[in-house]
Design a protein. Structure first.
Lengths: 611, 536
């Protein structure tokens, strides 16, 4: 019985308001209060319950309100809309079509979320509860079958549990894709009575929010996985390392810890078994590198977040020198799913070497942005065109960047290749923790590589030389290229440096930092060459290589561009065609975006002829 | 059971717990490294000691990798050397290393032996660390002749805010040796890596001064630094020392072994021997104050005797005259009228001889603290032979004849009738008893100033002049033989916190030390601690 079904016994309808971080920041709290008030006004508070859920993964459409049982989804609800929804939908049963989600692909409004491509094309397993249950109520989770997996696991021997995880084919969801069963086995076999399990929730990739979303929407599934893991490994302490920038996730997980302890899922002799476990929350201090497991443990120990080389692996000598097992949030949640639904079912999803599902945060130039869950091995084309709804403004697809700053860019020729660990690695990218950025023809790939390298360069811990100095040297060369100062030898130097950083760096951050450069060099070398040899940006994206020009046939002399120009480079009388002085212009692009007639276009900057 | 591994095709024996770097070093296989050091915990930052381990996808650090039975390792494959050379070039790209890649490098080395003093280090020829630079050694090994990567001078400010060190982090390669010595070996944690990414640097917490961050100025960071980023303020720019003498610090009874660098017969630097440089705690006095203390301008150089010509004044006299004068006059006093004052900082030989001398000429106990000197007054002492200076003498009623053996001019030089210049420990040979019955060798590093003589010679000549037998030792070895057969000596100990040497306050003679003490006291006061509680 789902929560919704159980609630329907007492209430005719339920209003589920999303209270994930995205929707909260677009004021879903206010909407919640407004609903309570409007229901009172219409005297419906006895019949209709207002509840909240975690993230739906469709944050661009937030705040999202879902009315169950009919499954109607209202998108981008503002507080003045609430009265309309209550009066029309809840009182008179007339759906408010104006507030339905507007499907950009079909160009029509869709009422039921089950009919929206973004949801219907997904396979939501790990995210199954997200957006459907109240994350702060343990009963809501238990009504969906929660903690039944733990009960069955505790009846088995630890070795059997590890065997089940191995059989399911689950691989680490943090990005490296190491077999979870094997990892648990190593830690289980390691000598020592005191062992630790750690949940890595230090999600740092720009634009990625899978872990946050899961912790906010379904914290108990992660917790249950951790308890099962602790039993299998023999750990008596658990730590969740969550970045401090996720206050809501920390709050909800902490609450889950308290309620789970009340129900006897934590503490001494859990469910009358031999397992005693305590889990605490450790807040990270905002360093990207602390997502690396050795740096993470150093950080918990109170040191600077410096990675170290392995061996010794954490499984034998981890936190405080004790055997430690670190898994990603999604891995732990997958473990609890396996015990709830059976490993056969998990193994049946996905492809041979990658079972289960992958969760991505889909961003960039696609129509539908958000958190998606698809079976492993789903082709990129399906993700971009079916779930993502295609490229914004129906422009040409250029590349997809996966794996965050350590990942790579895949060109259109890879659109039909399946998304799994080996295929991604073979094409030069990585699965990573799940960032997926779609790029179109207006994106310059050199600039993209430069952007990601800026990030890794700044987030390097600064310990080892290839990463600290090598990424900076690469960045300087890229900077030179995108500003039109590239030299003939630069491509060779970049490749050499990329190899040095890759082979020379101490931890995965440095070893993968050159990936954006290497893959763009591999698939988009012509863009580099045009920057260096022709001083031309093919995508017209690099500020220093373009000029803005006003199309005389379109300009109506509205003066908006001239008024907005920060350097007063635009001249022209009202009603007359305007002119941009390229000598003054700093190519900021404000005129381009503010022109109501789209009369301003980009042009390659003519090169100075050196006599 | 012996364990074996394979390095470069050679079977090499190892012991459990050793790293591959240690095993290779023992087997005589060179692996370049800038951050590893045998006396520091492994860190693994420089990435020069990378090795190719069979079965490994990446290149691990040999300095952190524990050796394993049957491990197959190669240390210098062409690919490894390429990565190594590129990594090293990256180091050079952010280290002022123009001299290393300069076309004129070899010619320049022939002409310029030492380094030139400069406000900012812009290349090896202006770096005071030139002669012992580890970067230069590795650049020779890797044969780097060129830096292809974008170069950067970080332009960080020179840190010259404390009395003893100059820190130029533009030269720093962030090997973190200084941090490991400070944090892991000595336990002070005065410095750490701060900031992140490319801005990472060595610094103090919240960028407070080193005086406030808990630094005790033991100088170990300087000793382990592979570059010229950390330099001892007063001891730099002298170039290669003429000689280096290993001896024992005698400023307290701790018995620290130290190396005294000598140039132009002056003490220019004091530092721990290489093998001890990260293992033993040195104090600010021993590490930084000795050159100034030994080289002081107002050291006593010639024996003087007080004579009345126009008014009563000290006049320099030859040693023989000073000794004869003293002996003649001392003979005129009864044994109960003579007091002998011993300085705990004297060498064992001098102490032995002085005690022997005291037994023969005096019935009073030999004293070494100020309260006991005052007691001598009540015993009716009229003549004193003192081996250190004390303020008590000017208030000593009934004192007729004061013989002062001293190292520096002082107020008591006026009270004394005879002033005899003596040597400091850097200027004499001998033995020193430290704590726990340990005996350390004191070796002569420089010549004493003027005619100053070691204390034992002064005592021996005085005793002989007074006609006493048993003082005619021809050399210090003679004396040492005699001591070996004699009863063991009870020698008073000097604590580490002692701020004086032979009655001379160190702060009076070493300006940097005075600054250190006063600023430490001010900081203690502002933190509400006892003002005088300055930890040395």
């Amino acid at each position: 019985m789902t929560q919704v079904e159980s609630l329907q016994k007492y209430y005719q309808k339920t209003v589920l308001i999303c209270k994930g971080t995205g929707c909260v920041s677009s004021k879903s709290d206010e909407i919640s209060e407004e609903f309570e008030e409007q229901l009172k006004n219409f005297n419906l508070q006895e019949k209709i319950k207002v509840d909240f859920t975690g993230c739906h993964g469709f944050c661009a459409q937030g705040p999202i309100v879902i009315i169950e049982p009919e499954g109607v989804m209202y998108a981008q609800v503002k507080s003045p809309n609430v009265k309309q929804i209550v009066e029309s939908h809840l009182k008179n049963d007339v759906l408010v079509e104006d507030l339905f989600f507007m499907d950009p692909k079909l160009n029509k409004r869709i009422g039921n979320y089950k009919n929206i491509d973004f949801y219907s094309k997904q396979t939501r397993m790990i995210l199954g509860n997200c957006g459907h249950i109240n994350p702060e109520e343990i009963d809501a989770y238990m009504n969906t079958g929660g903690y039944s997996g733990l009960r069955s696991a505790l009846e088995k021997k630890p070795e059997e549990i590890i065997q089940i995880i191995t059989d399911s084919g689950l691989r680490g969801r943090g990005g490296a894709g190491f077999s979870t069963g094997l990892k648990w086995q190593f830690c289980h076999d390691a000598p020592g009575s005191e062992k630790y399990i750690i949940c890595n929730a230090d999600e740092g990739d720009p634009g990625a929010f899978m872990d946050r979303s899961l912790l906010e929407a379904d914290p108990h599934s992660v917790l249950e996985g951790m308890i099962i893991g602790a039993y299998a490994i023999g750990a008596s302490h658990g730590i969740i390392y969550c970045r401090a920038e996720y206050p809501l996730a920390i709050k909800r997980f902490s609450r889950a810890l308290v309620t789970a302890k009340e129900r006897g899922f934590l503490g001494d002799n859990i469910l009358n078994s031999s397992l005693s476990l305590d889990i605490s929350v450790h807040e990270g201090a905002g360093a990207f590198v602390c997502g690396e497991e050795t740096a993470l443990m150093a950080s918990i120990e109170g040191h600077r977040g410096n990675p170290r080389t392995r061996p010794p692996f954490p499984a034998t000598s981890g936190l405080w020198g004790k055997p430690t097992n670190i898994n990603n949030v999604k891995t732990w949640a997958s473990a609890s799913w396996i015990f709830k639904n059976g490993w056969e079912k998990f193994h049946g999803i996905g492809v041979e070497n990658a079972t289960g599902t992958a969760i991505f945060s889909l961003t960039g130039k696609v129509k539908n942005l958000g958190l998606i869950e698809v079976p492993m091995g789903t082709p990129l084309r399906e993700i971009v065109y079916e779930i993502g709804g295609g490229i914004l403004d129906d422009r040409e697809f250029k590349a997809v960047q996966t794996g965050g700053p350590s990942g790579g860019c895949l060109p259109p020729s890879h659109l039909d290749s399946p998304v799994d660990y080996e295929t991604m690695a073979a094409s030069g990218s990585i699965m990573g923790s799940g960032g997926m950025i779609v790029l179109d023809e207006t994106n310059c790939m050199v600039k993209l590589a430069h952007y990601f390298l800026t990030f890794t360069q700044a987030e390097s811990c600064g310990k080892c030389i290839p990463c600290r100095i090598g990424t900076r040297a690469m960045l300087l060369i890229l900077e030179r290229i995108i500003t039109g100062k590239g030299e003939d030898k630069d491509l060779m130097l970049l490749e050499e440096l990329a190899y040095t950083v890759k082979m020379g760096s101490l931890c995965a951050l440095g070893q993968t930092a050159p990936n954006p450069v290497l893959t763009t060099l591999k698939y988009f070398r012509n863009e580099y060459q045009s920057h260096i040899f022709e001083k031309r940006c093919l995508a017209k994206d690099c500020q220093d290589l373009i000029n803005y020009v006003i199309d005389e046939s379109l300009c109506n002399g509205c003066t908006i561009c001239a008024r907005n120009c920060p350097v007063s480079a635009i001249t022209g009388e009202k009603g007359q065609v305007h002119f941009i002085d390229t000598a003054v212009c700093v190519t900021c692009g404000i005129c381009h975006s503010s022109c109501p007639k789209t009369a301003i276009f980009k042009q390659d900057r003519p090169q100075k002829v050196v006599p | 059971m012996t364990k074996w591994m394979n390095i470069n095709g050679r079977r090499v024996v190892f012991e459990e717990g050793e790293t591959v770097l240690e095993v290779a070093t023992k087997a005589g296989i060179f692996i370049p490294t800038l951050c590893a050091r045998p006396d520091l915990p492994s860190f693994g930052a420089c990435r020069l000691c990378i090795i190719d381990v069979e079965g490994n996808r990446t290149y691990p650090n040999s300095c952190t990798l524990p050796a394993r039975e049957g491990m197959v390792v190669r240390t210098a494959t062409p690919d490894l050397q390429t990565v190594r050379r590129n990594v090293f070039q990256l180091i050079l790209a952010e280290h002022p290393s123009y001299c290393i890649i300069c076309k004129e490098h070899d010619e320049c080395e022939k002409v310029r032996h030492g380094e030139y003093k400069a406000g900012r280090v812009i290349g090896c020829f202006t770096c005071s660390n030139k002669e012992i630079c580890e970067i230069r050694e590795i650049s020779e090994y890797l044969r780097v002749k060129d830096i292809r990567y974008p170069m950067l001078y970080k332009n960080l400010p020179l840190e010259r805010d404390d009395p003893f060190l100059v820190r130029d982090y533009n030269l720093c390669i962030l090997c973190a040796r200084c941090i490991r010595a400070c944090q892991d070996v000595l336990g002070y944690s005065a410095i750490a890596l701060t900031k992140r990414g490319h801005d990472t640097k060595v610094g103090t917490i919240l960028e407070v001064s080193h005086l406030e961050s808990g630094c005790v100025f033991c100088g170990h960071c300087i000793d382990v630094c592979p570059t010229g980023a950390l330099i001892a303020r007063g001891s730099t720019w002298f170039g290669t020392p003429d000689k280096s003498v290993t001896t024992t610090c005698n400023l307290c009874s701790h018995g620290c072994q130290m190396v005294i660098d000598v140039k132009w017969d002056k003490v220019v630097n004091v530092h721990p021997p290489y093998e001890l440089s990260a293992r033993r705690e040195y104090c600010v006095k021993g590490r930084f104050c000795i050159p100034a203390l030994v080289n002081g301008r107002d050291r006593l150089k010639y024996p003087t005797v007080k004579r009345k010509v126009i008014k009563e004044e000290q006049y320099p006299v030859p040693w023989d005259e000073a000794i004869t004068h003293t002996a003649d006059k001392l003979k005129g006093y009864k044994p109960e009228e003579i007091g002998i004052i011993l300085s705990p900082s004297l060498t064992d030989e001098a102490v032995y001889l002085l005690l022997k001398f005291a037994q023969r000429v005096s019935t009073n106990p030999v004293v070494f603290i100020e309260e006991d000197i005052k007691n001598l007054q009540s015993q009716g002492v009229k003549a004193i032979f003192s081996t250190f200076n004390s303020n008590v003498f000017s208030e000593f009623d009934g004192l007729e004849f004061l013989i002062l053996q001293d190292i520096y001019q002082s107020n008591s030089s006026d009270t004394a009738e005879v002033v005899l210049p003596t040597t400091m420990f850097a200027e004499e040979d001998g033995t020193k008893s430290g704590e726990e019955y340990m005996k350390y060798a004191i070796n002569k590093a420089v010549e004493p100033p003027g005619e100053a003589l070691p204390s034992w010679i002064i005592v021996s000549r005085l005793a002989q002049s007074m006609g006493l037998d048993g003082f005619n030792h021809e050399s210090i070895e003679n004396l040492q033989d005699e001591i070996r057969n004699a009863e063991p000596l009870e020698i008073p100990k000097v604590s580490k916190q002692q701020l004086e040497y032979m009655g001379v306050p160190i702060a009076d003679k070493v300006e940097e030390f005075r600054l250190y003490i006063t600023s430490k006291r001010a900081i203690n006061q502002s933190k509400g601690k006892g003002v005088l509680d300055v930890q040395i």
